[in-house]
Each structure stands twice: as C-alpha cells, then as structure tokens.
Write a protein that binds this ligand. Structure first.
Ligand SMILES: [Zn+2]
Length: 513
C-alpha cells in the first residue's frame, strides 16, 4: 500500500485547526483528489507542491494521488499545508523514507522553487497539547515564535530539501530549533523624544495610564499631542506573562508578529488614520479577521484628529470600550476577539487650531466653530474621562523641544513604577471586595463611594461647591473614578477633597471643545 500520514495545522475562521493529512497513491490516470477541503483550493495547493517537487529533482507519482484531511476546512489558510503535502507525497511514493517511523507535525508554505516560507499561528501551536508528542518541522522564519519548554525534536527549515534530510535522519542536528532572542541591536526601538512645557498634559497621561481612563488631548498644532501619545506605550508597565501571551497569540495567529512586543519592550500601539475603514478598525471580511482594536489589546489605541473620523466609525468603538471585546459575525459564523485598550484621542479646538491661545491667531468664525463643535459631540465623546488642554509652547520650550532630547530611561522607569504601584492598589481593593480585577476607569460596581473609599465629608463639601458645573451622571462617575486613581498614585487609602478637585480640573469638559 502506498500510504503516508502527517499531522499539520492551519488557521480556519480564527480557530487553530490541527488535522491529519493522509495520502495514498492508487492506480489510474494521474490526478490529484482531495477531500475535507474545497477542491479549487486543493488543486492550487497541489500545483505549488508539484512545481516545488519537480524543481528539486523529484518525480510526481504516476497515478491517482488521493489526499484526505481528517478535519473539514472552511476558509483556512491552505498555504500552511504545502510542506506537509509535499513530504507526504514523497513518503507515500517511497521516494524518501521515514527512517525512525516518527509521527511528524509539519507546517510551512512552499514557493515554487522549494523555499519554505513562514506561516501564521506558530506561537499558539507551540503551546498546543494536541501535538506535544510529535516531531516538528516548521519554517525557520517562524523560529522566534516557538516558545515551548522542550525544544528537542523540533526542527526549523529554509527549504524542502532540508525537511527531507530531517525525515531521513541526515545531519538533523544542524536544523534543531532553539529558543531565540532577536538581536537587540536589530530591534532597536524608535527614539522617544522628551516633551517639554506640557506638565498638565503629562500629568493627565500619567493618571489615564494608571487607571485606564480614556484621554482626550485638545490643543494647538505642534503642541506635542502626538509625541505624548507615542510616549504612552513606553510608560505602561511590562505586561505580566499571561497577558503577554494573549498578545503574542493574536500577533502570531494573524501574521503580524512583532519582536518589540514579544520581548516586552513596548505595549501594543495602533494609531489608525482618520480614513480607516470599518474592517481595518474593528475587523471582519470573509475570514472575520481581527482589526486594529484587537492589535491594540493590552495597549493603546490613538486616534489623532478625532474630529476628522466619521461618526459611524467612532460608533463602532462603543462595544469594545464597554465590553473589552469585539464580536464579528458573517452569515452563521461569529467570532469574539479581545479588544481591551486605553483610548487616547487628540483634536484641535477649532478648524485653525488656535482657539484656546490668548492671542489673535484664531480667525475662525462663530459658525465654523459651532460646526466643528458639533462634529466633536459625536458618539464616543461621553466616554472620555480625562482631558488636557495643550497650549502652544513658549519660545524657550520650543527651543528645548527642537533640540530633540531623548526621553531619559530613568524617567520612563520612574513613571512605570508609579503606574504599577497605583495598579497594585486597584488590584488589592478588588481582592478585598472579592471581585476580579478591573481598572478604576473600567470597573462596574454598585456603591462607588464606598468602594472607592471617598471621604464622605469631603465629597459633600465638594458637591456643594461644584453644583454649578451640572455634571451628567456619567461625567460625575468619571470624576469619582479619576479621583480614585489620583489617590492610588499617591498610595492613599482614602480619596480626599484635593483628589476630587484635581479630577474636576482634568475632566472632559464639553464647554471647552
Ligand atoms: Zn480657529
């Protein structure tokens, strides 16, 4: 019997599918038949494999090649099967021998010349129990994603011939996979410049990061809004191992592996342009692929020029902002992706941008400003819990900014520590109340005043003197959340009136913009 069996894998509708690939060669006219997979896709896969085999000096078996996948594949990334199919055909046709009678798990795309190209999902596979007892062959280019306890019996290859050497037990030590860390020089992070002259905005950012409060930056052009948002991912403390694995899994499954994120140098950061499409932002399409909000999971989503985004696009952010996930569906399939990010947005206060400066530069008419404000009163404006006004830089600050001084690592470390300590307080509070951890900016509970340990006398006094601010219930609650985070940053058990006043100063105030 001419038969071979290999385990392989692919991503199908966001699920990691592991399947057996069986090949048998029967008498008859030379054809390729495949079951478990759309025939057209199957034939494409066979065409690539045939070319790669021929170009490497192998012969195509003369007969009916019948291929069976033990799992049905709907929309899977079929290219991941190429290398397994090529090896299985050679084994079934006895052109090569599985010397040790091992059970092989093989993934990899093939180019027509026989090069092995990378595939998606290797990080997730490296933690998968279903293939733990197999010997592995994976693309060399995916080696950084391989994170397992035991690297023995795992091999990485650049081309088809290397895979065959391994199966035939020749020179296999050359191809053993190892735990790799990329060369730190090669992944040198982009320089982060110091922001000068915006202490209020830096303070707002610190609080937003510590309690995960959505932050709106309002200011003149060139006041440093984007610089500040870029700094934010560096200030976030390193992810704990579980959360880092969540992020790695997403980045591996969808082929956007990022070494800086893998090594914990920065958090995920996505800054879509205001022309971003629905599919790019939240995900979707035929294969229900994730969008940028999922790539921002456990990190930051930065929307620059907020007023330019279409209201229907911003509307889409409501669900993830409250539920921390996004559900996508098409016909009768639906998938849920994580999307827990800190939202930071930036906007000018008027079309020209200079309305909040104490000079005559802003020439915008009342009607223009009114129209602009209407654009900003859109669907997610009530979600911002903090805002900061960023005025034009003074001349001295401009000169300092122009010097492009790098942000000192000591400052980054200090801010990371402050944030980590404040988040520890939040975690302890949740533990004490026997609820699972949530940030101050996101937690949904009854009895906020009790839970946040807000001093009642301070709150009553504060309420009396701030009555005229006419805060909506949502913005009042946001204010209590922010005050709690300010107290957490100071490691105070109780929220005092000073914390409430600072929160009021930083509230997202629709009268201004
Ligand atoms: Zn203006």
């Amino acid at each position: 019997m001419k038969f071979a069996q290999i385990k392989t894998a692919m991503i199908d509708n966001s699920e990691l599918i592991i399947t057996d690939l069986e090949i048998t060669i029967l008498n008859g006219l030379p054809t390729f038949e495949i079951s478990g997979l759309n025939n057209y896709k199957g034939q494409q896969c066979f065409s690539r494999v045939r070319a790669a085999l021929k170009n490497n000096g192998f012969t195509i078996p003369c007969g009916r090649i019948v291929c069976h996948l033990t799992r049905d594949i709907k929309n899977g990334e079929i290219r991941s099967l190429d290398l397994a199919l090529a090896v299985a055909i050679l084994l079934a046709d006895r052109q090569i021998t599985n010397v040790n009678h091992s059970m092989w798990f093989i993934i990899g795309q093939l180019s027509l010349s026989g090069k092995v190209l990378p595939v998606n999902g290797v990080f997730a596979l490296s933690r998968d129990e279903r293939i733990i007892n197999c010997r592995w062959i994976i693309p060399f280019k995916n080696q950084a994603e391989l994170k397992c306890e035991d690297y023995s019996d795992k091999y990485v290859v650049d081309n088809l011939n290397q895979a065959i050497e391994i199966i035939e037990n020749k020179n296999i030590d050359k191809f053993m996979a190892e735990h790799t860390r990329s060369d730190p020089l090669k992944i040198k992070p982009e320089p982060i410049y110091e922001l000068v002259g915006q202490p209020l905005a830096e303070r707002a950012l610190l609080i937003a990061l510590a309690g995960r409060h959505p932050l709106l930056l309002i200011g003149s052009p060139g006041s440093g809004k984007t610089t500040l948002a870029n700094q934010a991912v560096h200030y976030m403390p390193q992810l704990d191992p579980d959360k880092l694995d969540q992020v790695r899994r997403i980045y591996s499954m969808y082929g956007v592996w990022n070494e800086q994120i893998d090594q914990g140098i920065i958090r995920p950061y996505q800054a879509p342009h205001h022309t971003v499409t629905q599919m790019a932002l939240i995900g979707g399409g035929h294969d229900l692929v994730p969008g940028l909000i999922t790539y921002a999971h456990n990190g930051i989503l930065f929307l620059d020029e907020l007023s330019e985004f279409k209201p229907n696009i911003l509307e889409l952010l409501r669900q993830p902002l409250s539920e921390k996930t996004i559900e996508l569906s098409r016909k009768n399939i639906s998938v849920k992706y994580p999307a827990d990010f800190l939202l930071i947005a930036a906007t000018n206060p008027c079309p020209c941008g200079y309305r909040l400066e104490n000079d005559q530069r802003c020439q915008c008419g009342a009607a223009e400003i009114k129209r602009f404000k209407r654009r900003l009163s859109g669907p997610i404006m009530d979600r911002f819990q903090i805002s900061a006004i960023m005025n034009d830089l003074t001349q001295t600050d401009l000169i300092k900014t122009a010097e492009n001084n790098l942000l000192p690592q000591t400052k980054i470390n200090k801010i990371q520590q402050l944030i980590a300590k404040a988040q520890e307080m939040q975690s302890e509070r949740c533990n004490a109340h026997k609820i699972s951890f949530e940030y101050n900016g996101q937690i949904m509970i009854q009895m906020f005043v009790d839970f946040f340990a807000i001093n009642i006398q301070a709150l009553n006094h504060f309420n009396q003197i701030t009555q005229h601010h006419l805060l909506s219930p949502r913005s009042y609650l946001a204010l209590l959340r922010v005050a709690r985070t300010i107290a957490d940053l100071e490691q105070r058990e109780e929220v005092s009136e000073a914390h409430l006043h600072e929160a009021l100063l930083l509230r997202a105030n629709p009268d201004i913009y």
